[in-house]
Design a protein around this ligand. Structure first.
Ligand code: ADP
Ligand code: MG
Length: 270
């Protein structure tokens, strides 16, 4: 390479660094070689490079949103076996994956027994929201209540609430696994009413509506919480028994069925 070319290249990389265009810097020479081979004009070359920069930026910011959502384990819809959970409306889930419910500030309630895929579906839906550019946080309800109770002074309490107010989607996982204290229920109600018509909520729970009073303590609070939560809400019921239990049973019955095939001769009674 000629010295002038090397100098221009050094200068170009310096400018790209100042302009914060790392993907253009990393790809410009390779794409230039390709463009020359394809006889592409200057504008096509520039278009290709800017597209690469944009794609990389979108990918990075989606990764950042997933990280700040703090999913306990990543789950996707591809690994969700709809055949094993016929009560879950696949068409509804596909519609919710478009995330329009977030723009409409609607909520999703996932109700069913433990192990029936509520957190799996909630994570898949919320991860899709991250990919589409929404700000998301996934938290176990008890963890949220504890954090609010522990934020004793006014400032840290307001800071915590401020963090939640910035979200587009808040996932409250496992509401009702542990009965909340009186103050806990009130704080939870406060989060749910603050979110009302501002932030979408996805709530997972093993509780049928009639048992909510046992967990939230007072009938008045339960009524008010359910009223806000279920107004403009899509409900998904994950009916049936635990997926792992189902899976284990299916495997053991497959094993049981395959036993005769592995036995060569019927055993003679002794
Ligand atoms: P829940 O939140 O209802 O207690 P989870 O979503 O945590 O249940 O599911 C328990 C485990 O079973 C998880 O590892 C999850 O990925 C898996 N699982 C549950 N339902 C299904 C399903 N229909 N297809 C695939 N995996 C499932
Ligand atoms: Mg769960």
């Amino acid at each position: 390479m000629k010295t002038t070319e090397t100098k221009s290249l050094v200068l170009l990389h310096h400018h790209l660094k100042t302009l914060r265009l790392p993907t253009v810097a990393a790809e410009c020479e390779k794409v230039a070689t390709q463009a020359a081979a394809d006889n592409a004009d200057h504008l096509s070359y520039l278009l290709r490079l800017t597209e690469l920069e944009l794609l990389e930026r979108e990918k990075r910011s989606a990764e950042r949103r997933v990280k700040s959502a703090r999913f306990p384990t990543m789950k996707t819809l591809e690994t969700f076996d709809f055949a094993a959970r016929p009560s879950v409306n696949k068409v509804l889930v596909a519609e919710l994956m478009r995330c329009e419910y977030i723009d409409k500030k609607e909520n999703i309630l996932l109700v069913g027994n433990p192990g029936t895929g509520k957190s799996h579906l909630a994570t898949a839906l919320a991860a899709q929201a991250c990919a589409k550019g929404y700000r998301v946080r996934f938290i176990r309800t008890t963890e949220l209540v504890t954090a609010l109770i522990e934020a004793r002074d006014e400032r840290s309490f307001l800071r915590l609430k401020g963090q939640f107010a910035k979200l587009d989607l808040l996932v409250l996982d496992e509401l009702g696994y542990v009965p909340a204290s009186k103050v806990g229920s009130e704080l939870l109600f406060d989060v749910i009413s603050t979110a009302y018509e501002r932030t979408s909520l996805i709530v997972t729970t093993n509780l049928p509506f009639e048992s909510w009073t046992e967990v939230l303590g007072s009938e008045r609070l339960t009524g008010a919480t359910l009223d806000r939560l279920t107004h403009r809400c899509r409900i998904i019921e994950t009916k049936g028994e635990s997926y792992r239990l189902q899976d284990a049973k299916a495997r053991s019955s497959r094993r049981a069925k395959s036993v005769p095939e592995t036995v060569d001769e019927p055993t003679t009674p002794s």
